[in-house]
Design a protein. Structure first.
Length: 273
């Protein structure tokens, strides 16, 4: 792929691009908005490729690099955030090699979870692709040495979060199954911190707290990502020349139900990539 160079001068209305496979990255957008209220934003979702968790590493890497290349040419962002644990653990290095602009990834919040646990046993839920990555092994070895990290693939929760954002009933049984499956693992009953290793999952925080109980703290990386983006863009001029917008790679009839959730976040300009 041809490398794309960033413009030497950053326009005040150059957006921060937040990319995910679906609506999970809205949890990151919320944190970025809170940290940087003046930053112009574009939210991009690869709904045509959803879900990423069941795809091969090669397919995910090709999709993410290709889409971010197209969007960098079209929207000229000041920075791109891959607000997806699966895409970040697989494609972050490739994207950084291809695009000449700052790229912020999303990785499982194992470090803060290890600092917070009292029992020494941490649960981690994510997609099938995320939990099997060597990058997660590296994070565990570096930050959770001497702790027990129990990983569980919970792909049904992605669909549950997507449904919730569309105003549809949440599959509570899927969340309860995840809690039960973790509890059945060795030492699973003493988990006191749960890493939400998918940006979709914070959207289900209320349902997860109900399923896991008040003694299990939920940890995700959204606030840390927002702090990193704020640091990398510190001192840059920021002003909106148009409303923040959301773009999707497909419309299978499920975009209209998302409009209220997007509008609640100040996004009324919704279209296709």
């Amino acid at each position: 792929m041809t490398q794309i160079a960033a413009a030497p001068d950053i326009a005040a209305d150059a957006p921060v691009l937040i990319f995910d496979s679906g609506v999970g990255g809205l949890s990151v957008l919320d944190a970025v908005r809170a940290a940087m209220p003046d930053a112009p934003l574009i939210y991009a979702a690869d709904t045509a490729g959803l879900p990423y968790g069941s795809k091969s590493e090669a397919e995910i890497a090709a999709r993410v690099a290709g889409l971010l290349g197209r969007m960098s040419e079209r929207y000229r962002p000041r920075l791109a955030c891959i607000a997806c644990n699966t895409a970040s653990t697989i494609a972050l290095g490739m994207v950084r090699d291809v695009l000449h602009l700052p790229i912020v990834g999303t990785v499982p919040a194992i470090k803060p979870a290890a600092e917070r646990t009292r029992t020494g046993t941490i649960g981690l839920i994510g997609t099938e692709a995320t939990i099997r990555q060597a990058y997660v092994d590296k994070l565990e070895a570096e930050f959770a040495k001497g702790k027990t990290l129990l990983r569980l693939a919970a792909p049904d929760l992605v669909a549950a979060a997507e449904a919730k954002l569309r105003g549809e009933p949440v599959d509570v049984a899927a969340i309860e199954r995840a809690a039960a499956n973790l509890a059945r693992m060795a030492d699973g009953k003493v988990i006191d911190v749960l890493v939400l290793a998918c940006t979709h999952f914070p959207l289900l925080a209320d349902e997860l707290r109900a399923a896991f109980g008040p003694d299990v703290a939920l940890v995700d990386g959204a606030e840390g990502i927002a702090r990193r983006i704020a640091h990398l863009t510190q001192g840059q001029p920021m002003a909106r020349s148009r409303p923040d917008r959301a773009v999707f790679t497909s419309d299978d009839g499920r975009l209209d139900p998302l409009r209220p959730a997007l509008a609640a976040r100040g996004i009324t300009d919704v279209g296709l990539l």
